[in-house]
Design a protein around this ligand. Structure first.
Ligand code: ZN
Ligand code: ZN
Length: 366
C-alpha cells in the first residue's frame, strides 16, 4: 500500500469522532500530503466508500503519473469546481461532509452550502495538520535532504563572503547555491541582516554592505524537490563585536543547547520553550526574547507543533521542530541560533550540524 493511501486511511479513522463520513480537502498542501500530487488547484473528496481527486485538464497526465490507483475526476474546461463536487457526490448526498474551516474563504463556504444544500457541511479544523505533525520515514528522509541542501549552500556562501557584498546579494547567493545543489530554492526568503539590523527578527535583506558591522545574522532554509523544508539560523562574527553582544551570543547558545537537551517524547512543547526562556531570563535579557522558541516544519515552513508558552501538546517521536531562541537589542544587534531537531523514540537527533560555537563562528571577509 502506498504511503499516501496509508495517510488517507489514518485520516479516515478520525472521521467518526468528528461526526462526519466524508471530507473535502481544499488546502493544496494537504492534498499533496494525502495523494503525492505536486500540482495545485485540486481538491480531494472523501466519500464513505471512495476517495476522488478533483482537478482540471492541465493536470491529467501529471495526475496519472503521480497518483496511480487514485480515482480522478477531471472537470470540463469552463466548469466550476462545485460542478465536480456535485457530480462526484452523485446520489450519495445524505451525508455529513467535513470541510477545512481554516482553509476556505467565506465566499466559498457560502457557495458550497447554497449550491450543494442537501449535504450537511461540517466545519473541521486541524484533522490533517495533526497527522502532519508526526513525520513518517519518507518525510524524515526528505527533511534530512532539505537540511543537507541548506548546509551545503551555506558552506559555499560562507567561504565566499566579501566585505563589500550587500545583504541582498548574500541572500541571492544562498538561493542560487541551493538550486545548484538540486533544491527547488529557498524554503522562505532568507533573512540576511548585519549589525544593528540583526535586531529585527524578520529583517528583509537590504542594500547594506556586510562589512564593518562585526555581526551577520543569516536565517535560511532549503526546499527539497519533494517540497519538504529546512530552517536554520547562524550568526557569523565578521569583525570586532562588543562584549555585550558576545555575552548574548553565548547566552542564546546556552539556552538553545539546554532546550535541545530536554527534547524527548512526552515532554510538553511549552516546557521546552520555558527551559530556553529561563536561561535567557537569568542572564537579564528575558524581555528581548520576544517570540516562541520554535515550530514544526515539513511541507510548510511553519507547521505544528509550536514550541511556545500555552502549547501543552506532548512531543511525539517523528515530530521535527526548530529550536531558535533569540535576543534582540534595538540599535545594537541581535543573535538567534536555530537548528532542526527530530524527536526520536528515546530522545532526539539534531539534524543540522553547521558549526555554532563562538570560536567557530568567526569569518574573515575577503
Ligand atoms: Zn528560521
Ligand atoms: Zn524557524
Amino acid at each position: 500500500m502506498s504511503r499516501f493511501k496509508l495517510r488517507r486511511d489514518r485520516l479516515r479513522r478520525s472521521f467518526k469522532k468528528s461526526g462526519i463520513n466524508g471530507f473535502l480537502v481544499t488546502n493544496f498542501t494537504n492534498v499533496s500530503y494525502l495523494t503525492g500530487f505536486s500540482g495545485d488547484d485540486s481538491f480531494l473528496l472523501f466519500l464513505p466508500d471512495r476517495e476522488v481527486l478533483l482537478s482540471d485538464p492541465r493536470y491529467t497526465t501529471q495526475l496519472q503519473e503521480e497518483c496511480p490507483g487514485l480515482e480522478i475526476e477531471i472537470r470540463a474546461p469552463g466548469t466550476a469546481m462545485f460542478h465536480s463536487i456535485r457530480k462526484t457526490l452523485g446520489k450519495s448526498r445524505q451525508t455529513s461532509i467535513g470541510f477545512e474551516s481554516g482553509g476556505m474563504t467565506v465566499q466559498m463556504h457560502q457557495r458550497l452550502c447554497s449550491e450543494i444544500a442537501d449535504v450537511d457541511w461540517v466545519s473541521c479544523s486541524g484533522l490533517i495538520e495533526t497527522l502532519r505533525m508526526v513525520k513518517d520515514r519518507e518525510e524524515v528522509r526528505a527533511i534530512r535532504k532539505a537540511v543537507d541542501l541548506a548546509q551545503r549552500a551555506f558552506a559555499v556562501t560562507r567561504c565566499s563572503l566579501r566585505g563589500d557584498q550587500k545583504e541582498r546579494a548574500v541572500a541571492h547567493g544562498l538561493e542560487n547555491q541551493i538550486r545548484l545543489f538540486g533544491g527547488r530554492g529557498c524554503s522562505f526568503p532568507p533573512i540576511v541582516a548585519c549589525g544593528p539590523r540583526a535586531a529585527l527578527p524578520h529583517a528583509t535583506p537590504s542594500e547594506a554592505s556586510i562589512e564593518s558591522h562585526g555581526l551577520l545574522l543569516i536565517d535560511w532554509g532549503a526546499d527539497e524537490p519533494g517540497g519538504y523544508k529546512s530552517d536554520l539560523t547562524r550568526v557569523l562574527l565578521t569583525g570586532k563585536i562588543s562584549p555585550k553582544l558576545e555575552r548574548i551570543y553565548r547566552l542564546v547558545l546556552k539556552a538553545q543547547q539546554r532546550a535541545i537537551d530536554s527534547i524527548r517524547p512526552g515532554v510538553q512543547c511549552s516546557a521546552v520553550d520555558r527551559i530556553a526562556r529561563k536561561v535567557i531570563d537569568s542572564g537579564g535579557f528575558g524581555k528581548y526574547f520576544g517570540h516562541g522558541l520554535g515550530h514544526g516544519l515539513g511541507l510548510d515552513i511553519h507547521e505544528g507543533p509550536r514550541l511556545a508558552g500555552g502549547c501543552d501538546l506532548p512531543l511525539k517521536a517523528g515530530m521535527v521542530v526548530t529550536v531558535e531562541p533569540g535576543i534582540y537589542l534595538p540599535g545594537l544587534g541581535g543573535v538567534r541560533i536555530e537548528d532542526d531537531i527530530l524527536v526520536t523514540r528515546d530522545g532526539h537527533e539534531v539534524l543540522s550540524d553547521v558549526p555554532k560555537d563562538w570560536d567557530d563562528s568567526h569569518v574573515t571577509l575577503g
